[in-house]
Design a protein around this ligand. Structure first.
Ligand code: BYC
Length: 328
């Protein structure tokens, strides 16, 4: 553990303070860290990066699905999709609140998103071309999100852990609504089944990328796992996701677009092809198919809301002034 702490904080073992040792001992004992307690600066920064990135993902993640609200095929589907997209907004807000407990404001985080200094999940830089994509996003994207987020319910930082408990409850409904759409499409007309297959073909590898680069290229995993900010490595979760999802694809009568997919009896899991990591790094650098469109939509929403934020501040000031007069 300490060797890992040394690496991230740039301290030699001898330089670790008694606070550092006591902090790691609390983490190792499974204690939760709460906002006003002492924490190493690296722990605080890593949490702000991960929680902030997660919050941004929820907010940007509304865009590919919001794209289909007006085109949902039935009133019932429209209501469900609307509710799901609203849930994502709520998840973003819980997470921004959790990040704020670490001493960063929501405005600062949004500023960093809009300037490209902070990331959001790579998956949302892909387009949603057909209604079947709403099924595949719920099934695969929310499925991958749950795989990553269920262990995060046990993360060491109290506010993050509590936000994750609430979020995971809702995410499981999201995944099921996606799978329900896929069931309908896969058991529909040949054209509908083809749309479902096409959505799986396009979203399979981007979903595998959601777990982050392979462990050998993951710069943060070792330290984040020592601090229990992350509970599993990227490759562990990716393997679990493949093992869970392949039988679901088979049940739908769809084919996972991977010629190397094969059950490996010895490891008790599937062998599968890695995503194209050059594509992944290119997408997270800002060069994916929809990066400019997604960020542009968020910046526009922020700019369009300026009058409302100003009005709220003016209203709050007026109210405070009235209270002062009344108290005199
Ligand atoms: N996309 O050292 P690594 C959702 C970056 S969606 C973009 O392994 P870490 C939702 C990483 O930030 C899911 N960037 O990083 C579902 C780092 O760059 P920086 C959102 C990525 O942090 C449906 C670099 O690559 N969930 O919720 O240890 C609808 C090296 O990677 C990605 C979360 O955010 C990626 N996929 O592990 C709506 C869960 N992967 O920062 C919404 C919480 C890696 O040094 N986050 N990078 O410049 C995590 O669990 C971890 O942050 C990750 C990455 C597993 C994602």
């Amino acid at each position: 553990m300490y060797a890992q702490l040394v690496k991230s904080e740039g301290k030699s073992k001898a330089e670790l303070t008694p606070e550092d040792h006591a902090f790691q001992a609390r983490i190792d004992a499974g204690e939760k860290i709460e906002p006003k307690e002492w924490m190493p600066e690296g722990y605080r920064k890593t949490l702000i990066r991960q929680i902030g990135q997660h919050a941004h993902s929820e907010i940007v993640g509304q865009l590919p699905e919001g794209n289909w609200i007006t085109r949902a095929p039935t009133l019932e589907r429209k209501q469900i999709l609307l509710a799901k997209v609203q849930d994502e907004a709520g998840h973003g807000l819980y997470l921004y609140c959790a990040a704020e407990t670490l001493g960063v404001s929501r405005d600062e985080l949004l500023e960093k998103l809009h300037s490209g200094d902070m990331k959001y999940s790579s998956i949302f830089n892909y387009p949603t071309l057909t209604w079947a994509d709403m099924g595949a996003v719920g099934w695969l994207v929310d499925g991958a999100a749950i795989m990553n987020q269920v262990p995060l319910q046990r993360t060491s930082y109290g506010p993050y852990s509590r936000a994750m408990i609430r979020i995971c409850k809702e995410e499981s409904f999201h995944q099921r609504q996606g799978y329900a759409i896929m069931m309908k499409m896969a058991n529909g007309t040949p054209e509908q089944k083809q749309m479902a297959q096409d959505a799986l073909n396009r979203l399979w590898y981007p979903s595998l990328m959601m777990f982050g680069p392979s462990d050998k290229d993951s710069v943060h995993s070792v330290q984040s796992m020592a601090w229990k900010i992350k509970m599993n490595t990227n490759d562990e979760l990716r393997q679990k996701f493949v093992d869970q999802t392949v039988p679901q694809a088979e049940y739908l009568g769809l084919t996972v677009p991977d010629p190397n997919l094969k059950w490996n009896e010895e490891k008790g899991g599937y062998d599968f092809s890695e995503p194209d990591w050059d594509e992944f790094f290119n997408v997270i650098k800002g060069n994916g198919p929809c990066n400019k469109e997604r960020l542009g939509a968020r910046v526009k929403a922020w700019d369009d809301g300026a009058w409302y934020r100003e009005a709220m501040v003016a209203h709050a000031k007026k109210k405070a002034a009235r209270r002062t007069v009344a108290a005199e």
